[in-house]
Design a protein around this ligand. Structure first.
Ligand code: FEO
Ligand code: CA
Ligand code: CA
Ligand code: CA
Length: 751
């Protein structure tokens, strides 16, 4: 399928797409490169008098707290710890591994409790009724209810004056993304659609309004009372940002022709945000939400619209971003619809760009800054950070007097890793400065894309007009100006020769040493040899194998891996780095060339995605999975890890196999973690993704999102066919939800 063609097959993963046809240099060509290199060491970032504040993920009737029982078989009891207890040094994982499970529950170790905090549809304003969860809730109330598909999330501790206080352990704003929807569970009988193919239309506007509101971001006040967390339904700080929320553009592409629409004829604004996947933070206390698979929401019937495009560059751009199809939810087709529906049609319709939404899809694909402490503030789309399938934006080490850095994945097959480096140096006086501070640090800087080289080093390639082939003379795409480079970041990165990765998901920065981790979730498009114009293995994406699921072959890199790197000299603004592969996903039973990290039954996993370093316990890494490959054996999971450093392992040559064909691939592999370095902490309910993670200021509450349990259910009329009934049980419709995990003795989570 293509990225944006509507599908009624729930088994098609709308994230698992690729629109990168370019043939950048393959490391297969560089196989002769020497493998020797020096060992790498920690970075030692932060100096006396400076702060290391990296924190990318975290920073009424809240729904009854449903205790969730530990999984069977019961792990070993957790020894009691003094409370409060300082983080042990060195850190040591201190819980019994949770067994793999196909049960429809959240399983956590003995000695821990996971409670449901915030479910799809839960009300966040006074006067809004409890969610009936049968498709009958009034559409107009959904702008004051929890969205669907909870995803990236940050806890902002808050003091009694409602200001940001990162250390607060009992009160805060929990800010989270709502990436997408499972339509089957939202309406009385799924989406009401008339016609098929390009002629299919949505006939019930109220259903579409629900869906507009169910995407976006939640800001909710959460409080701890005793040992119990709940959200405050009537807090004045609660807010929903959704697809109808007005937003402004900031940075070099703002107010350029590329962003002009009927809604904003000067290109300064747009409405809404969508497919908000992972997240990020700023050191001044705002939240970043990232627009990932936005392309699929737009209607653009390629066959007819291409012919109307007088500028062929626009067709090249649409092709590179995959803007072609009916729109995955058919929002542009509403019978009797108006401008809020028409704006999802990005075809040429009117006389000029000021009369239609031919540029509408250019207004999506950005990192968006939201000030959660100012409910009336307008979110800003930060164009300097580029436009692509933004997974997340993890803030690098924060040092007074140094530039700020955000690391960003582009999650589609064979896409790239980016970083943005601010021009301005960090001044701690800007804490609390809201989006005005964002104007200072995020609108002016350098955007880079990563090239992972076969010798274990790497280059950050600048994406700027006039460098790396990004010029008007470029044969693939004639770049016109600075805004063109940012609107078409993927095309600029192609020109620079970036490395095609196995779907870059979250980034995370180790607060102990500034090293950066990147999940590469999986890639069914990776081939063993790169023959026939395909993308073969390379040093940074070294595996090709088959992980069969029953009788079904799953080839390429179905289980994914986690790569990590250290920017040279401990300087996040450096333009070179050293890397190795920290961890390879695999079944524990797979061969040594597949299970390269020697995972066992207590820590094997597939398809890493969400990832975040604890701030309360520096060095503790949380790893989440969004898997469909190993789900014959286990539901998705959360693992705790204590990683070492780049270069703690060795050079290795992996033998890849495809039937009778074998090929070798040289790479660099981190030290195998063992169960002391990686252990399963949580397994989710059936058919869910585990994503989004944050902790309270003292590390004694861990917030985790359970996304789309039961999403592959097929029959709306018969609850007996639902694959999950989590979290409410019985015959209920399943709901995405946030859970909060605490240790029964009040200690640090995981240690
Ligand atoms: Fe929305 Fe790449 O996960
Ligand atoms: Ca993700
Ligand atoms: Ca994913
Ligand atoms: Ca998902």
């Amino acid at each position: 399928m293509t990225a944006n063609t509507r599908t009624d097959d729930p088994l098609v993963d709308l994230d698992d797409i690729g629109t990168n046809p370019t043939s950048n240099p393959s490391f297969t060509d560089l196989i002769a490169s020497r493998l020797s290199r020096r060992r790498l060491f920690g970075l030692g970032v932060g100096t006396a008098g400076t702060a290391l504040l990296q924190a990318c993920g975290g920073g009424g009737d809240g729904g009854a707290a449903f205790p969730i029982l530990p999984a069977a078989p019961a792990p070993a009891p957790v020894p009691p710890a003094p409370s409060p207890a300082p983080a042990p040094a060195p850190l040591k994982l201190n819980f019994g591994a949770v067994a793999k499970s196909l049960d429809d529950v959240v399983s956590v170790p003995v000695g821990y409790t996971a409670s449901v905090l915030y479910r799809l549809g839960d009300p966040i304003a006074s006067g809004v009724a409890a969610y009936k969860n049968d498709g009958s809730d009034e559409a107009a109330t959904y702008d004051r209810r929890a969205g669907d598909h909870h995803d990236g999330m940050t806890f902002f501790g808050m003091n009694a004056s409602n200001k940001w206080d990162a250390t607060n352990a009992s009160r805060g704003l929990l800010v989270m993304n709502h990436e997408a929807i499972t339509p089957l569970f939202l309406h009385p009988a799924g989406q009401t659609i008339s016609g098929t193919g390009n002629a299919a239309v949505r006939t019930v506007a109220g259903e579409v309004l629900r869906e507009f509101y169910l995407h976006g971001v939640s800001v909710i006040e959460v409080n701890k009372s005793g040992s119990t967390w709940s959200y405050k339904q009537d807090s004045s700080l609660n807010r929903r940002v959704h697809t109808l929320t007005e937003m402004s553009f900031s940075g070099p592409a703002a107010k350029t022709d590329y962003l002009k629409t009927r809604y904003s004829t000067d290109g300064s604004k747009t409405r809404g945000t969508v497919n908000n996947c992972a997240n990020g933070t700023t050191p001044w206390g705002t939240y970043l939400t990232c627009e990932e698979n936005w392309a699929g929401y737009f209607r653009r019937i390629k066959a007819t619209d291409d012919a109307k495009r007088t500028n062929p560059k626009e067709v090249t751009s649409f092709s590179r971003y995959g803007v072609a199809g009916t729109g995955r939810e058919l929002w542009a087709t509403v019978t009797g619809g108006d401008d809020i529906h028409a704006r999802w049609n990005t075809e040429v319709i009117g006389a000029t760009a000021l009369d239609d939404y031919r540029n509408g899809s250019n207004t999506y694909g950005w990192v968006v800054e939201i000030d959660p402490f100012n409910p009336n503030s307008m979110p800003k789309k930060r164009t300097a950070l580029g436009r692509f399938g933004h997974e997340g934006a993890c803030l690098g080490p924060v040092v007074v007097g140094k530039p700020l850095v955000w690391y960003m994945g582009d999650d589609s097959q064979n896409e790239y890793l980016y970083k943005f480096v601010s021009t301005k140096a960090w001044d701690a006086a800007d804490v609390g400065g809201g989006t005005a501070a964002g104007d200072k640090y995020m609108d002016d800087g350098k955007l880079y894309v990563a090239k992972f080289k076969a010798d274990g080093s790497g280059d950050w390639l600048e994406l700027k007009l006039g460098v790396n082939g990004i010029t008007a003379a470029n044969a693939n795409y004639a770049f016109a100006d600075a805004a063109d480079v940012l609107i078409n970041t993927r095309l600029a990165a192609d020109s620079a020769g970036a490395t095609k990765m196995d779907r870059p998901e979250w980034t995370a920065v180790n607060p102990k040493n500034g090293e950066v981790y990147l999940t590469l979730t999986n890639n069914s498009a990776r081939t063993i040899s790169g023959a026939n114009n395909t993308v073969g293995t390379d040093a940074a994406n070294p595996r090709y194998y088959n992980d069969p699921k029953g009788a079904t072959a799953q080839k390429g890199n179905p289980n994914g891996h986690v790569i990590r790197f250290a920017d040279t000299g401990g300087n996040p603004a450096a333009v070179t780095f050293k890397w190795d592969v920290y961890l390879f996903g695999a079944r524990s039973t797979a061969s040594a060339d597949i299970n390269v990290s020697n995972l066992g039954g207590d820590n094997d996993f597939s398809s890493p995605d969400g990832m975040w370093f604890s701030q309360a316990a520096p060095g503790l890494l949380w790893l989440e999975t969004d898997d469909g490959k190993y789900t014959d054996v286990t539901n998705c999971m959360l693992l705790a890890a204590l990683p070492g450093t780049v270069g703690d392992g060795a050079a290795k040559t992996i033998t890849n196999v495809d039937g009778a064909t074998t090929a070798t691939q040289a790479t660099f592999v981190g030290k195998a973690p063992g169960t002391d370095g990686l252990r399963r902490f949580l397994v989710g309910p059936v058919d869910c993704e585990i994503t989004g993670i944050a902790e309270s200021g003292d590390g004694r509450a861990l917030f985790v999102n359970i996304q789309h349990p039961g999403e592959n259910s097929k029959t709306i009329g018969d609850p007996n066919t639902f694959l999950s009934h989590w979290p409410d049980g019985a015959k209920s419709r399943p709901r995405s939800a946030t859970v909060v995990i605490t240790r029964n003795d009040g200690g640090l989570i995981g240690l």
